[in-house]
Write a protein that binds this ligand. Structure first.
Ligand code: SF4
Ligand code: SF4
Length: 77
């Protein structure tokens, strides 16, 4: 389980999370940024840096954003 970027990122996409990620596992997926779940080391820095609170630990995803975990993972397949 890792941190996950939700669609709340779309429309903002400022890259603040990319700047603070120590393992460079956040990528631009077009409409939003996404996190590689196999590389994320769960530091939480991206969640703190995000200006719109778009990033959650997978088990803490709000009900409306549960599909975000699979969306992030699918980008890296
Ligand atoms: S939790 Fe840490 S390692 Fe994982 S994506 Fe965010 S900044 Fe990168
Ligand atoms: S910091 Fe938040 S809004 Fe900015 S690119 Fe990352 S997830 Fe998107």
């Amino acid at each position: 389980m890792s941190y996950v970027i939700t669609s709340l990122c779309a429309g903002v996409r400022d890259g603040a999370c990319v700047q603070v990620c120590p393992v460079a596992c956040i990528h631009d997926a077009g409409e939003q940024f996404v996190i590689d779940p196999d590389e994320c080391v769960h530091c939480g820095a991206c969640a703190v840096a995000c200006p719109v609170g778009a990033i959650f630990f997978a088990s803490d995803l709000p009900e409306a954003h549960r599909d975000a975990a699979e969306f992030n993972r699918a980008f890296f397949r």
